[in-house]
Design a binder for this molecule. Structure first.
Ligand code: ADP
Ligand code: ZN
Length: 529
């Protein structure tokens, strides 16, 4: 028999080749597609770039009716529909960017059975008119894209996603496929429960991205450090630089521009046409650097992003993984680089303390941050730690900074005792607020005006820390925070002890710390002086 005769017996493979022009399914795509075509439910966990779209597009084409796709990526719907159009797939979308006329045309096409795929923005789910519309046509399947948005535990919760359960109640026999690139065990279970997908087959692809080299460095002079990285390793490469604030996005883009690197800013405060123009330039041109807040990147499919750099600490490991995952989708060697320091920890703890929401919510944010800090401070393989977070095993990878240059560690027990005692003494001055800078000044025996004002040179801890440089003390404080032995409070970043601090102060717990390469340099400089 000819190849044609064989594929005609296999509608999924036939569609893959004929419509999408690909020869073979990738990884678990075939099993997923067959499950849904057969009317079964599926929960798909696949990293970004793994090929999730085909998992619902092919069953939508093979099954009778239109695949109804719920996606929060409103800004990309037009592009997705255009791309499908170009392949001869009949697709439409409904979201808030359209006028009534455009919406009516799509609704009519769906009702008349002229669509293969209908993309819906999540806020459509709340409208009765959506249910009425869906009743008029034929539904092949429901696809729930970015399914982690249903999880309150995750970092990207969308209340509208909770409405998805109504669709299932109304159309219990239509197969559903939920897809996400973000999934810890906890998120996965929450997705399954909330979407009532407990009977679904789970497809979990490996989350490893072997071509991405993970590196996390102590923050010193972040823009300079970034410039070094770009000049020495990524000259002329396309990449993304993530910053926490809009201000720092603008400043960093201007800084890179002044250094002769083609860089554009992207954040939610820029006018929509500017954002669209910058995004289009990034996708189209070669070697452009996009400096952005995390508003940028969801759904961006640019294969040759050679580096993703973070100038500020991400709020969660999920976020870090998603953002770094935008590098190297073409499989070529790429860099994920993050600079992080004490100020990041202080700032994020403050943000959590000041955030809206109840105690449970703040605890959750705290747990996310703790996991991110653990990744930063680990002396083990970064990749193994990252994958372990997603419940997957890995051996030391040989392609991350800790594998390539195993960090030295040192016995920081005495240093920890010193700083914790200083915090304890200063905390006794109940009405005053002392941040990390002052604590270090006291330890190092500096006669600052503040020290004089409060008579802190009288304290027994004054000057007991002269053996370490400023930068080293900051590294100690940072790591104690990461290990939950020290915390900060309030707008002033007041240092406070934790319950676990007592174990160190009472000599019942040893503290091993990671030696910062930068800290070592500061110390050498201090000695030379
Ligand atoms: P995800 O949604 O998981 O991030 P996409 O569905 O956007 O990934 O797919 C990523 C890229 O891989 C796209 O360019 C897509 O066309 C391509 N792709 C997906 N499946 C296959 C396949 N079986 N063979 C070749 N290329 C594929
Ligand atoms: Zn490694």
């Amino acid at each position: 028999p000819t190849a044609d005769a064989l594929t005609s017996l296999d509608p999924a493979l036939d569609t893959l080749r004929r419509v999408f022009g690909y020869e073979e399914f990738r990884g678990e795509q075939r099993a997923i597609v067959e499950t849904v075509i057969g009317g079964g439910d599926a929960l798909v966990l696949m990293p970004t770039g793994g090929g999730k779209s085909l998992c619902y597009q092919i069953p939508s084409l093979v099954r009778e009716g239109a695949g109804v796709v719920v996606s929060p990526l409103i800004a990309l719907m037009q592009d997705q529909v255009d791309a499908l159009d170009a392949l001869g797939v009949r697709a439409g979308f409904l979201n808030s960017t359209q006028d009534a006329g455009q919406r009516r045309a799509v609704e009519r096409a769906f009702a008349d059975g002229e669509l293969d795929l209908l993309y819906l923005a999540p806020e459509r789910l709340r409208l009765d008119s959506t249910t009425r519309l869906l009743e008029q046509g034929r539904i092949a399947l429901f696809a729930i894209d970015e399914a982690h948005c249903v999880s309150q535990w995750g970092h990207d919760f969308r209340p509208d996603y909770l409405e998805l359960s109504h669709l299932h109640e109304r159309w219990p026999d239509i197969p559903r496929i939920a897809l996400t690139a973000t999934a810890t065990q906890a998120t996965r279970e929450e997705i399954a429960t909330r979407l009532d997908l407990t009977g679904a087959r789970h497809f979990v692809a490996s989350f490893d991205r072997p071509n991405i080299q993970y590196r996390i460095v102590p923050k010193d002079n972040p823009r300079r450090q970034l410039l070094d990285l770009l000049r020495t390793e990524h000259d002329g490469d396309a990449g993304i630089v993530y910053c926490l604030s809009r201000n720092s996005v603008e400043e960093t883009a201007a800084f890179l521009g002044a250094e002769g690197i083609r860089a554009l800013p992207y954040h939610a405060g820029l006018p929509a046409p500017v954002r669209a123009r910058n995004q289009a330039a990034f996708l189209r041109e070669e070697g452009l650097v996009m400096v952005a807040t995390i508003a940028f990147g969801m759904g961006i499919d640019k294969p040759d992003v050679r580096f993703v750099a973070h100038l500020d600490l991400p709020k969660s490991v999920e976020g870090y993984y998603q953002e770094t995952g935008r590098a190297g989708r073409d499989g070529q060697p790429s860099t994920a680089w993050l600079a992080y320091g004490l100020a990041d920890v202080v700032q994020q703890r403050k943000m959590i303390a000041g955030s809206d929401g109840d105690l449970t919510h703040r605890r959750r944010l705290g747990a996310h941050l703790d996991a991110m800090l653990a990744l930063c401070e680990t002396v083990e393989c970064r990749r193994a730690q990252l994958l372990a977070y997603f419940g997957q095993q890995a051996v030391p990878c040989g392609n991350c900074d800790t594998c390539l240059a195993p960090p030295e560690s040192w016995d920081g027990t005495i240093a920890a005792q010193k700083i914790l005692s200083a915090v304890y003494r200063l905390d006794k001055e109940r009405n005053q607020r002392f941040g990390v800078g002052h604590v270090i000044d006291v330890l190092r025996g500096k006669a600052t005006p503040k020290v004089a004002q409060w008579g802190h040179d009288e304290l027994t801890v004054f000057g007991v820390g002269e053996d370490l440089a400023d930068g080293e003390w900051r590294a100690v404080a940072r790591q104690l925070m990461a290990h939950g032995l020290l915390t900060v409070e309030g707008d002033h970043g007041t240092l406070l002890l934790t319950d676990a601090s007592a174990e160190v102060l009472g000599r019942r717990r040893e503290v091993r710390l990671r030696k910062d390469p930068e800290g070592a340099r500061t110390r050498a400089a201090a000695r030379a002086r």
